[in-house]
Design a protein around this ligand. Structure first.
Ligand code: GLU
Length: 426
């Protein structure tokens, strides 16, 4: 019997993703000395919306999908965050991801709060027409939540510029408006920014180089493993490879490959483009298990696929000296402790993958001005922003004698505390 399409999967984890957010928030609040009132405000998302989306499928049958949008915080500005299409999307996951967006935007020094959205669906099994109807239905249902100065969606796992164009069109049709900045990550030519598509991967590379410098490691002598070959994993591997780091392991949901001499990343990308976006069948390395990539004998590990992959069991066997988190929430709080004890430096998700939302912000500015930048201008501004955020997080980690992850949370808490106290309460 084949599995039924689009039926939510509940996967057991070491605790919910929102528990993982609260665990880190509580540690950082304690070390930093945050007031209980501010901690309490940050523990509760401001608004959580759930929508039911009846969609006509290609076979003529109606299917009911569940969609979510959670606005965690608007303390520092309009809420910002992507929309995820995946089978494990649920209210807890979206809540956790929305909170991470609040911290991420604060760390990247953007004038934004945090939000996240998602639909429980398997986009790989759906036709383009079904996905378009679903995306338009979701946008119409949330047309009063989204807004250029209120809540601005973007791509995330399972979505891309194509879905953002549908959101843009559906939103503007409902409002009889023409706001390009109501969504970011749009196609270039419809108000999208040059450099946005590759921005998260570029940020991973910049953060990796910044960390290697602190660790006195020569990038030319360093090896890496990258888990995931979607937008983030593919571009991370590409930028690391182009900047002289030997990428010895890559993998996606179809296959994981190992080559101690270094994988030809350009050839792997070409292969996936010609083979329905998957690595299966690419011969640039020998096949290994997915978990073997995480514990491979490399210097740098970039988990850029799913959440909760670095569990305490995996953490014990990790050999990398540096982990740069491309995915959101790839490490469990239990694994954090083990990595810290082993002296492994972790550049946390809320810093490492902030290149995407940073260039989203640049796109939003360009839309507001109606004036567009060259890719070089975008990249220069992005690199400067990532390096500045890295330095602040590193310094907070050192000052508070803690990990980079808790240093990152403290960086965000300082800004959020200021915003909450300056705005006052009622
Ligand atoms: N989904 C991306 C993230 O998790 C980008 C969000 C955005 O650009 O608003 O950071």
């Amino acid at each position: 019997m084949t599995a039924r399409k689009n039926v939510p999967i509940i996967k057991p984890t070491e605790g919910s993703m929102f528990d993982a957010v609260l665990a880190r928030l509580d540690i950082a609040s304690k070390i930093y000395g945050l007031s209980e009132d501010v901690t309490m405000i940050l523990r509760s998302p401001q608004k959580a919306v759930k929508v039911s989306l009846p969609i006509m499928m290609d076979d003529g049958k109606m299917h009911m999908f569940e969609g979510y949008r959670t606005i965690h915080s608007t303390i520092l500005g309009p809420s910002k965050g992507g929309i995820r299409y995946a089978m494990d999307v649920n209210d807890e996951e979206v809540k956790a991801l929305s909170a991470w967006m609040t911290f991420k935007c604060a760390i990247a020094n953007l004038p934004y709060g945090g939000a996240k959205g998602g639909i429980t669906c398997d986009p790989r099994t759906m036709s383009e027409g079904e996905l378009e109807r679903l995306t338009r239905g979701y946008t119409v249902a949330l047309a009063d939540v989204f807004g250029v100065d209120h809540d601005i969606p973007a791509p995330d796992m399972g979505t891309s510029a194509r879905e953002m164009a549908w959101i843009l069109d559906a939103y503007n049709k409902v409002h009889r408006s023409d706001f390009p900045g109501v969504v970011t990550g749009k196609p270039v030519g419809l108000g999208g920014s040059l450099g946005r598509e590759t921005a998260t991967g570029r940020g991973i590379m910049v953060a990796t180089f910044a960390a290697l410098k602190k660790m006195n490691l020569d990038p030319k002598k360093v090896t890496a493993a990258v888990q995931g070959f979607g937008n983030v994993g593919l571009n991370s591997a590409r930028f690391l490879h182009e900047h002289g780091i030997k990428v010895c392991a890559i993998g996606d949901h179809t296959v994981t490959l190992w080559n101690p001499k270094g994988i030809d990343i350009a050839a792997a990308i070409k292969y996936t483009k010609e083979n329905k976006g998957v690595l299966k069948g690419f011969t640039g390395g020998v096949e290994i298990k997915n978990s073997e990539l995480l514990t491979a004998d490399v210097d740098v590990l970039v988990p850029a696929a799913l959440q909760n992959v670095i569990t305490k069991e995996i953490a014990v066997d990790i050999k990398a000296k540096l982990i740069v988190e491309g995915a959101n929430g790839p490490t469990t709080p239990e694994a954090d402790e083990i990595l810290q004890k082993k002296g492994i430096i972790v550049v946390p998700d809320v810093l490492a993958n902030s290149g995407g939302v940073t260039v989203s912000y640049f796109e939003w500015i360009q839309n507001k001005y109606g004036n567009y930048w060259t890719e070089e201008e975008v990249n220069i501004k992005h690199d400067a922003s990532m390096n500045a955020a890295f330095e602040t997080v590193w310094n907070n980690g050192q000052q508070y004698k803690t990990t980079m992850r808790i240093g990152a949370y403290i960086t965000a808490l300082k800004k959020l505390e200021m915003g909450i106290n300056a705005k006052g309460h009622y």
